[in-house]
Write a protein that binds this ligand. Structure first.
Ligand code: ZN
Length: 344
């Protein structure tokens, strides 16, 4: 089935006309027939602000429902951004995985779906797959640029970072990197390339929408410091793209530091079930072989703990929050300074 044929069978719709100038605040309606509401729909909030024929930017948060910094930032932007402020079109989707965001969960309580592993989605799939399909076929389709605001959520804490993945050798990488650096977070972090994993920004890039994301702290909460970086960053990207007046760009106190995890050696995992004792903190500089932490088994307290050791040199950009771990849980990941000019 071609993309055009599949598009017409999406079950989601919105009263918003994306071609209209002005500011429209409404919902995407996802038909959801359940015991308490036979003909009901899930109302996914959506704002479209348009002024003229400039570029279209899709701003998204709540892709993971327990990541709050972006949801607060985009809610504020919905209230403050007006058509006269912009040149082009800004589409704002603050609660992308609405059921998950409403519940404050990473994944949907309806179908267990992780929206950011579900792209490009399916028009006739689960609720989460239907949302992914609508975003890629109706919103990314219209967007020249996309910013997907994430954070560490309930289980991770990050140094505030703009992030991007994908192949560094592609011609669009430099433009995506320039967008991410314009965001002006303390760090701009590049993930290792890998096989397709269903994340939104990967799907956007495949559709020629220049995209990047963020990791804005986390720990299941919101801090004023992370929010300030996030709010300034969104406006800085809009200014960088000329959608806001370029003079609205607000330089960060210190230039963003470009770091990279070139492979999975930069990620440390719990080797077994137990209680994790970290021995380093976010921002610490570490070396391969250095102790990262210990996994204790207090249910057999006389047993020696298992050790977790770093497998790369770098500094700690992300750490796990909950103390209890299972084998396979990521407990830390690192980044190393990176020079994009070194890429052939
Ligand atoms: Zn996320």
């Amino acid at each position: 089935m071609s993309l055009e044929e599949r598009r017409v069978v999406t079950r989601l719709s919105t009263p918003i006309d994306f071609d209209d100038d002005g500011k429209q605040c409404d919902f995407i309606r996802l038909p959801h027939s359940v015991h308490r509401s036979a003909y009901g729909y899930l109302p996914i909030p959506l704002v479209c602000i348009k002024n003229g024929d400039g570029p279209t930017v899709l701003l998204m948060s709540g892709n993971h429902g327990d990541e709050y910094e972006g949801q607060v930032t985009l809610s504020k932007l919905c209230q403050t951004l007006e058509p006269a402020d912009i040149n082009g079109r800004v589409i704002i989707l603050p609660m992308a995985n609405y059921p998950a965001a409403l519940a404050g969960l990473r994944t949907s309580p309806i179908d267990g779906g992780n929206l950011n592993r579900s792209f490009p989605g399916q028009p006739d799939g689960t609720v989460t797959q239907q949302i992914a399909y609508y975003i890629q076929s109706e919103l990314m389709e219209r967007a020249d640029y996309m910013l997907d605001l994430h954070s560490g959520g309930s289980s991770l804490d990050y140094v505030p970072s703009a992030i991007l993945g994908g192949d560094l050798a592609t011609e669009t990488f430099a433009r995506r990197l320039a967008m991410a650096e314009a965001f002006g977070a303390p760090f701009t972090f590049i993930f290792p390339a890998g096989p397709p994993s269903g994340v939104a920004s990967e799907s956007a890039v495949e559709r020629s929408t220049l995209a990047f994301g963020t990791e804005m702290a986390g720990s299941g909460t919101v801090t004023p410091a992370a929010l300030r970086i996030c709010e300034r960053g969104v406006r800085n990207v809009l200014a960088h793209l000329g959608v806001l007046d370029p003079r609205a760009y607000e330089a960060p106190e210190t230039p963003t530091r470009l770091v990279r995890a070139s492979d999975m050696k930069f990620f440390s995992y719990a080797p077994e079930v137990g209680l994790f004792e970290p021995v380093v903190e976010l921002g610490d500089i570490v070396q391969a072989g250095q102790l990262a932490g210990r996994v204790h088994t207090p249910e057999t307290p006389w047993r020696a703990p298992s050790e977790v050791r770093f497998e790369a040199d770098g500094f700690v950009v992300c750490k796990r929050i909950p103390g209890r771990v299972e084998r396979g849980d990521c407990v830390f990941h690192l980044g190393a300074d990176f020079d994009p000019d070194a890429i052939q």
